[in-house]
Design a protein around this ligand. Sequence first.
Ligand SMILES: *Cc1c(COP(=O)(O)O)cnc(C)c1O
Length: 386
Amino acid sequence: MDRHIYLDNAATTKVRKEVIDAMIPYFSDIYGNASSQHEFGRGAKDALEASRASIASKINADAKEIFFTSGGSESDNWALKGACMALESKGKHVITTAVEHHAVIDSVKQLAKQGFDITYLPVDCDGQVSVDDVLAAIRKDTILISVMAANNEIGTIMPIAKIGKVAKERGILFHTDAVQAIGVLDIDVKAMNIDMLCASAHKFHGPKGVGFLYVRRGIRLVKLIDGGAQERNRRAGTENIPGIVGMAKALEIMIKEREYQNERLSSMRDRMIKGLLDIPDSRLNGHISNRLPGNVNVSFDGIEGEALLVSLDMQGISASSGSACMSGLFEPSYVLMALGNGEENSRSSIRYTLGSDNTDDEIDYAVLLTKETVKKLRDISPFYKK
Ligand SMILES: *Cc1c(COP(=O)(O)O)cnc(C)c1O
């Protein structure tokens, strides 16, 4: 069997042909440094500013509020560390959730080492944070609230517009990691009262190693990368022009096709969930409807997600398991643990994330192979009670 089916679009996506075509001239012809005072430099600078304006318009921001970075991780690090360092004298309390991406969790852990006090809000069994919990956690010294727009493992969408409103009323900065949401959900930073927002091109069919941070006008961030005066003197380094052009193009296409793709993907997602839940002793992780259109995350009693992943990989299906391999041991996913699932259930999960290239036929095939493989693994599992 020679089929290869990619169902790991939350990890990264294929760069679209139109995106590659848009990038190529900026490697081969218009390769100047955007800071240079000559024709080649001006060409690069024009592309840089056109990309900035295009991206800003997609989230209702001003072009001056968009800062290019090396991706989601840098954007998260800069937003959190930069804002906390700048506001240190005002207070040292930060509110976030237990299910954020490592780029957020590890940034706030670092801040905790420097004396900041971090509240990790719990989530309900569907992975949603409650706005009441956010309100209750606010203290006099709270300077920042960081809640992701949508979760990368379970696809649950967070009530960020409501949290933005609460943050604004209390005069607290609100940051959202929108890496999984941008181009998929309708995001308006003004209407949603978002002060800082992170995105990464490779999660929406753009190139790897480029992203952006939206920072509302007037917000001061301590610099993370010192050097030249690029990005209005706030983030040093020669701009990655081909990457930035590719990111703007990819976002443009995402937004143009959003309605069509969201409908197509959510119908494939629901078809896949239905097929997988046909398997006895299976469970959906994350919210049933309030979830990203491409996310399927299911647990199967009595098996290791890791074993299922490896077996599917040998059969040409690329998915992802929740557990991370840490020094040879499979640690259950902290996101699934936060849903109150218990270790065993958390370890027995698998994530399929669909993208714009997937077809109904591929989904049906992946469901069929999963059914067969789960059965085989259970037949040899000492943990599964038949
Ligand atoms: C992928 C991801 C990141 C990190 O982005 P990179 O560009 O890979 O550094 C951060 N947050 C979320 C939710 C992600 O899915």
